[in-house]
Design a protein around this ligand. Structure first.
Ligand SMILES: [Zn+2]
Length: 371
């Protein structure tokens, strides 16, 4: 039988760390425990993918003899699991006990090995470099985080068809993220290396749930990936929520999304005011005075890409690309949206946020900065 234990009154990250180090892999005594819930496969599938990865046990749980059963007389994996609740201090490792023979430490795989696993759902643990982060808002208003990760196995392989260069890791709102990981993700220029334990791969994406542990890894030269990071090329088979490179010719401009606004040239705030009886603008945010504010622009264009003959590709451009696009086409009467038609842009790094294949293929992209 399997049980999931909720340790109550563990409040700080150091307590979590300390308890996991003391308890993991050890035979423990549990006192005053309460059964909170009976979990089944359909109610809690990520938990059961973890249980399946531990099944069958390496030794007989009672006698600790090696289990040398033939596959035919194996007991099927359990179909339920109890969720137990224990107060902190009421779960203690038995003294004098070494690591339990039932304990199975996580087996680290490369991302390539994980992607090559053909089962529709598999349990996995891995190390990976985070190259990009996107926040998604789900229906319930909770924020899901999408991390694009890669590792040497995906970056160093020669380019063969179907070789993926990055993988999307989706962090559910229930996934506990340590503050050291949050800080590293907020300063993404450094592209942190993270360890993911007990995640689930499903349909070419990896999911992190409340059972997943994510830790910041120390720098390690043997895990370095060549720069610049290689991305997949946008193609007809590209999936929603992937990271790609794209090159194309601007064939149309979405006029409804094209707009520009003045911002402060020192702090980029848009809270500007014209000064009374004087020239120039005053920034209400930082107090800077400037003759001319900096103009920010937003622009979405449709691209024609040679690799995607019958697809509609729309991309939201970043400021630096808009500026260089307009500068390269500026004419005497100033900037005009029509002048960008026919310009080639790219290769750009893009986040593919929607792919619609209902009639023809329609792809919505957003340019992103990979530093
Ligand atoms: Zn300002």
């Amino acid at each position: 039988m399997f049980g999931e234990v909720l340790l109550h009154c563990v409040s700080t990250e150091s307590e979590i760390q300390q308890n996991s180090e003391q308890l993991e892999g050890h035979v423990c005594l549990l006192q005053a425990l309460r059964v909170v819930q009976r979990l089944t496969r359909d109610k809690c599938s990520p938990l059961f993918s973890m249980i399946d990865s531990l099944w069958p046990p390496p030794v007989d749980p009672k006698s600790h003899d090696d289990l040398l059963q033939s596959p035919s007389d194996r007991v099927p994996p359990p179909c339920f699991c109890y969720r137990l609740s224990v107060q902190l201090g009421h779960m203690v490792p038995l003294s004098g006990q070494t690591e339990s023979p039932l304990y199975r430490p996580p087996v680290l795989q490369t991302l390539r090995e994980i992607l090559q696993d053909e089962s529709s759902r598999c349990h996995c643990s891995f190390r990976a470099t985070v190259v990009h982060k996107e926040l998604l808002s789900s229906n319930a208003g909770e924020r899901e985080m999408l991390l694009f990760v890669t590792d040497p196995s995906l970056q160093r392989e020669p380019n063969t068809d179907g070789n993926r260069r990055t993988v999307a890791v989706c962090l559910s709102p229930s996934c506990l993220i340590q503050s050291s990981v949050t800080q590293a993700l907020d300063a993404l220029q450094t592209q942190p290396v993270l360890m993911f334990r007990d995640a689930v791969k499903e349909n070419a994406q990896i999911f992190c749930w409340e059972q997943t542990v994510i830790q910041l890894e120390p720098e390690d030269s043997s895990f370095s990936i060549p720069r610049p990071i290689i991305l997949d090329h946008l193609g007809p088979e590209t999936l929603t929520y992937s990271l790609c490179t794209v090159t194309g010719v601007v064939v149309a401009v979405d006029e409804s999304t094209a707009f520009s606004w003045p911002t402060c040239s020192s702090c980029e705030s848009c809270r500007l005011e014209t000064r009374e009886h004087q020239k120039g603008f005053l920034c209400l945010e930082c107090g800077a005075v400037m003759d001319e504010p900096t103009t920010k622009m937003e622009l979405e264009v449709f691209l024609s890409c040679s690799s995607l003959s019958h697809c509609t590709v729309k991309i939201k451009l970043q400021q630096k690309t808009i500026t260089s696009l307009l500068n390269s086409t500026s004419c005497t009467e100033g900037y005009s949206v029509e002048n960008v038609l026919g310009s080639e842009i790219g290769p750009l790094s893009v986040f593919v946020h929607v792919v619609n294949r209902s009639h023809t293929v329609w792809m919505g992209l957003e340019e992103c900065d990979l530093h």
